[in-house]
Design a protein around this ligand. Structure first.
Ligand code: SF4
Length: 576
């Protein structure tokens, strides 16, 4: 079955921020950690948080020590005061967009205005908003509620941030007829607007829409309403187990979207289950080609082949005699290291990339055998090149394997800040980029007598930067899983925004090097062609940042595609 993921599916900014704050706290200290009410409306996420010791509380009685998180929906100021009096350390995860609505209500009710909130009166966000009104507030759900409002002179209206846009427009229209001087605040958040807009735009293009999210989640329910009113056959599921496979079998193309409180791993689990359903109208050729494509990506053959192409392109950039031996060595090494480290890192994969986790489980023995075969072949090949190459590759392989293995004895592990190399913040990105730079640019130089250093330095920097950008970019995509298992990757240490900024700066720096080096006669003009994969890599970054594309397996292949592109350009250059 063909599955199309909505670009906007997944955590919104506010929920992601709250989750990051809670998980960072959970990974940080041993003090009891509470959330004031359930953090989000998603049972699976709440169960996961409970497994990490995070307990939701509604009642502050008896709580004196520990930390408490105010959830993204916010709380009334009176409750905030009560929290302060407990002595607990407060971590405020109120979404900034909700905080803006709270500020609007506080400011205008102080000036004597009456507030109208369009939303669900029993929703936590609305309860919090009402607390800022000093009692001059009315909550209505639809335009019908306008007639029940009292006569007032000064009135304004805000929406619960996850309101249905059309409904809000109708309420505002009805309010304006009754209160011509009404002040209107557009407080529906962009995340909600974009999600609902994308659902409407799917009408007529897909056979059905599966909405993934908690049955009690208001914004998920609203997506279901929007989809049904747009005439799309809609299925609301909490997990993949709730899918009605018999009905879905009739469809050809299914879109998947999700509420703002649904984590990526749940969306991907549903997508994987849907793809496994054999549609009645599905051609077997399509089915098999999709399986082959996934095998290439999930088995790490795609990343290793991309590294092969990239290494070949660097051979041309470095003005070495084109050969396939070192690119093949790169292929074998990158394949083996990815295979071993994926197994050692499968805890995080279960949350950031459940399809890969299931694949690793299914093909465990085949993949391990292939990994061992790859590293043994690489060592034999390196020995045939020369002793220095063999020793360098052996050291590199050793480092690659011990990277994920605990080096501190279990009995004293709790005292050591880091027990594995990969626990050191940002080490994954740095190690991967260094390994790419060494295997692709340094190894081929170990047995040669004369090294042209300016040329070599340009090659090393280009490979290091592109390897670093690739690795950090995947860390950004997998941040949810890494946070859950407590990995200290670059985006967790720096934050997603700052990591993206850093990557853009590295792209800019690489572009300057690639443009400047041939101008100063340091490398040949193939350097200019290298700007193409750098540019397409930058495009992938922007596409992710702006949610133009959902980060699924196809997106992963697209990122790896930049390294294939470098190789293709090298072949074209050679042929010219
Ligand atoms: S839906 Fe919007 S307002 Fe609500 S938590 Fe998410 S980003 Fe914030």
């Amino acid at each position: 079955m063909k599955v199309k993921f909505a670009k906007t599916a997944g955590f919104c900014m506010g929920v992601r921020r709250a989750m990051e704050m809670v998980l960072t706290e959970a990974n940080r200290g041993d003090d009891p950690l509470f959330t004031f009410g359930p953090l989000i409306h998603n049972n699976q996420v709440l169960n996961l948080l409970a497994s990490k010791g995070v307990q939701p509380v509604d009642d502050l009685d008896g709580l004196q020590t520990g930390r408490i998180v105010i959830r993204a929906h916010g709380i009334p100021p009176q409750k905030r005061q009560a929290l302060r009096e407990t002595g607990l350390k407060i971590i405020d995860a109120t979404c900034p967009k909700v905080a803006r609505v709270q500020a609007i209500i506080r400011y205008h009710t102080k000036k004597g205005y009456t507030a109208v909130i369009v939303g669900d009166d029993d929703h936590a966000e609305v309860t919090g908003l009402m607390g800022y009104s000093k009692g001059q507030v009315h909550v209505i759900q639809s335009a019908e509620g306008v007639s029940s409002l009292p006569h007032v002179d000064r009135i304004f209206v805000v929406a619960q941030t996850t309101q249905n846009e059309e409904n809000y427009r109708k309420v505002v229209k009805a309010l304006k007829e009754r209160y011509p001087d009404l002040l209107v605040f557009d407080t529906i958040c962009d995340a909600t607007r974009q999600r609902q807009g994308e659902v409407r735009s799917l009408a007529g293009h897909v056979d059905a829409l599966v909405v993934v999210g908690g049955y009690h989640s208001g914004n998920t329910q609203r997506l279901v309403e929007v989809s049904r009113s747009a005439g799309i056959p809609t299925f609301h599921v909490e997990t993949e187990k709730d899918l009605n496979k018999e009905k879905l079998r009739e469809m050809e193309l299914i879109a998947v979207t999700a509420g703002a409180s649904t984590p990526n791993w749940m969306i991907k689990n549903v997508g994987r289950e849907l793809e496994g359903i054999q549609g009645r109208r599905e051609a077997s050729l399509f089915r098999w080609s999709r399986k082959a494509f996934k095998f290439l990506v999930l088995s790490n053959l795609a990343v290793a082949s991309g590294a092969f192409c990239f290494a070949y392109a660097v051979t041309i950039l470095s003005e070495r005699k084109p050969d396939f031996i070192f690119p093949f060595l790169t292929f074998l090494y990158i394949y083996a290291m990815h295979a071993f480290n994926r197994f050692l890192d499968k805890g995080a994969s279960a949350y950031s990339d459940p399809e890969r986790a299931a694949f690793l489980k299914k093909y465990k023995y085949l993949l391990i055998t292939m990994g061992i075969a790859a590293i043994v072949t690489a060592l034999v090949l390196s020995y045939s090149i020369g002793l220095m190459t063999f020793l360098a590759l052996s050291t590199l392989s050793m480092l690659g394997i011990i990277y994920s293995i605990p080096l501190v004895p279990e009995s004293i592990r709790h005292k050591a800040p880091y027990s594995k190399i990969k626990d050191i913040p940002g080490s994954r990105t740095l190690s991967e980029a260094l390994a790419w730079a060494v295997i692709i640019t340094i190894l081929p130089l170990l047995e040669v007598n004369h090294i042209v250093w300016p040329l070599t330095i340009v090659s090393i920097l280009t490979v290091f930067f592109m390897g670093y950008i690739r690795s950090a970019f995947f860390d950004i995509i997998r941040v949810q899983g890494d946070l859950i298992v407590g990995s200290e990757t670059l985006p967790i240490t720096l934050g997603e925004k700052r990591t993206l900024l850093l990557l853009k700066m590295l792209i800019f720096l690489s572009a300057i090097i690639l443009c400047g080096a041939p101008i100063f006669g340091l490398v040949n003009s193939f350097s200019f062609l290298f700007l193409v994969p750098l540019f397409t890599l930058a495009l992938c970054l922007v596409a992710y940042e702006r949610s133009w594309i959902y980060p699924d397996i196809a997106f992963e292949a697209l990122v790896e595609g930049n390294f294939f592109l470098a190789g293709l350009l090298a072949v074209i250059w050679q042929a010219m």
